[in-house]
Design a protein around this ligand. Structure first.
Ligand code: ADP
Ligand code: MG
Length: 216
């Protein structure tokens, strides 16, 4: 059904380059969010990780999509400390698996990639919706994407729903008490602040979307 909507290696390389730009541009904002309910390092962590990814990127240009994301994920895992390193490391390592060592995927296969990545975050971190984590962005975004695919919607419509559901999920973290991560210790003092990981995961999904708009 989505056979005419192809995302190739160049698309994914551009996404990763844009993620690295995002990590610099949003570094202070994400760190400020983390200063309110965490330990003031979320933006710094992502910046450290994606600087290393950027450094190694030229070595990976001939890898297939599966191997490429495995290397992106392993680099983040190796370089980024804290909770976000293993979680985003796992996300990217698993993201490429459904691409089955190919150089390009269609939109249906791409949705399975997102599913695999989000499920990796959930199985690693064991967070569920309303725990005030990045899962509050990722899970509703994935559910909206899969529902739109099930309904046979066009890729850009389906991914628009995905990103919008992620945005609502991100904002839903503001009034919550945290059940996972460092913010747990704050109890009610976490109320009124957006979870930093829910903010960065929204940005990540949006970068996939913005690049898709240039292709489809
Ligand atoms: P740390 O909390 O170790 O300083 P970061 O500041 O880089 O690491 O990342 C914090 C973010 O990680 C939180 O905002 C939250 O979204 C996410 N997070 C923390 N624990 C979990 C978990 N168990 N499952 C999913 N996400 C989590
Ligand atoms: Mg932190």
């Amino acid at each position: 059904m989505y056979k005419n909507y192809i995302l190739d290696k160049d698309y994914f390389i551009q996404v990763v380059k844009d993620l690295a730009v995002m990590a610099e541009v949003e570094r202070d904002y994400l760190t400020k969010l983390d200063s309110l309910i965490g330990d003031s390092d979320h933006g710094i962590n992502l910046s450290i990780g994606f600087r290393e990814v950027t450094k190694k990127l030229p070595e990976w240009e001939n890898e297939n999509i599966t191997a490429f994301f495995k290397k992106v994920g392993m680099t983040l895992l190796g370089k980024v400390g804290g909770a976000a390193g293993p979680l985003y490391g796992g996300f990217f390592m698993k993201l490429g698996e459904p691409a089955n060592n190919k150089e390009e995927v269609d939109f249906g296969e791409f949705c399975n990639m997102i599913k695999n990545g989000v499920e990796a975050v959930e199985s690693r971190g064991k967070a569920i919706i309303a725990d005030k984590t990045m899962v509050d962005t990722f899970r509703p975004a994935l559910d909206a994407l899969m529902a739109a695919v099930e309904a046979g919607q066009q890729p850009l419509d389906a991914f628009d729903k995905c990103v919008k559901a992620g945005e609502i999920g991100r904002d839903s973290t503001i009034p919550l008490i945290a059940k996972k991560g460092r913010a747990l210790r704050l109890g009610e003092r976490a109320i009124g602040h957006m979870d930093p990981g829910s903010a960065s995961s929204y940005m990540i999904l949006n970068i996939f979307y913005e690049n898709m708009k240039k292709r489809f």
